[in-house]
Design a protein around this ligand. Structure first.
Ligand SMILES: [Mg+2]
Length: 225
């Protein structure tokens, strides 16, 4: 049996030290003339497209696909501008785990992220992480993160030429949305309290395994690495 790991990006693989948040604020200012206070918007774990919808809803801005598209395009541009000056960094234990998966004959890995593909690449490439993930499900694929799980599984099957058993699939992420994604596809979940959610909050979502960092030996043994 081959295990499949599906990785979240923000606060799981890397932290962008606020670059993503500043890009959201700048693009909303440019396209909707609003000053976003992200502490008022529950955006963690949401797809980039859903965050755009949440901002419009918060300010009562009418639905309009063309301005949303322009907001997202500039969001990606602003992420690329903000990242080099943000002090973004790879999170503890990640280099070792993704490399262990890459060299394991029994493991494969891909992305299951709310990022647009371009912002995912912008966040991972500086750390040499982008090339570890030959496939992924991104914000272009669905507005709701919950809908990304089946898409990630379909991409994995397409890429590797076989279907992974659901019990061999693990979603790794830092928010309740990641755990819910795993539940929705009958997969296991590894919750990592490396983001804004506490271990207690994540435990309430009933992940299969819960750690504070991917450096913990409990994470490696759970993943059979
Ligand atoms: Mg995350």
């Amino acid at each position: 049996m081959t295990a499949l790991l599906l990785w979240d990006i923000d606060e799981t693989l890397v932290t962008t030290a606020g670059a993503g948040e500043r890009a959201i604020v700048r693009s909303a200012r440019k396209h909707w003339s609003v000053e976003v206070d992200l502490s008022l918007i529950p955006y963690a774990g949401c797809t980039d497209r859903r965050i755009g919808h949440l901002i419009r809803k918060h300010f009562g801005i009418a639905q309009d696909e063309s301005t949303l598209r322009a907001y997202l395009d500039d969001f990606v541009n602003f992420v690329s501008e903000e990242l080099p000056v943000s002090g973004s960094r790879i999170l503890p234990g990640i280099s070792e785990v993704v490399e262990a998966v890459r060299t394991s004959p029994d493991h494969q890995q891909g992305l299951l992220t709310g990022n647009l593909r371009a912002s995912a690449e912008a966040k991972l490439a500086p750390f040499g992480l982008w090339d570890y993930f030959p496939f992924g499900a991104f914000a272009e694929d669905a507005i709701e993160r919950l809908d990304l799980g089946p898409i990630a599984l379909a991409r994995a099957s397409q890429y590797y030429g076989f279907t992974f058993a659901r019990e061999e699939v693990t979603v790794i992420g830092d928010t309740p949305h990641d755990v819910a994604c795993a539940h929705a596809i009958g997969a296991q979940s590894l919750a990592v309290a490396s983001g804004r959610f506490t271990p207690e909050e994540l435990a309430g979502c009933e992940p299969t395994c819960l750690v504070s960092s991917l450096e913990e030996s409990a994470a490696l043994s759970f993943l059979s690495l």
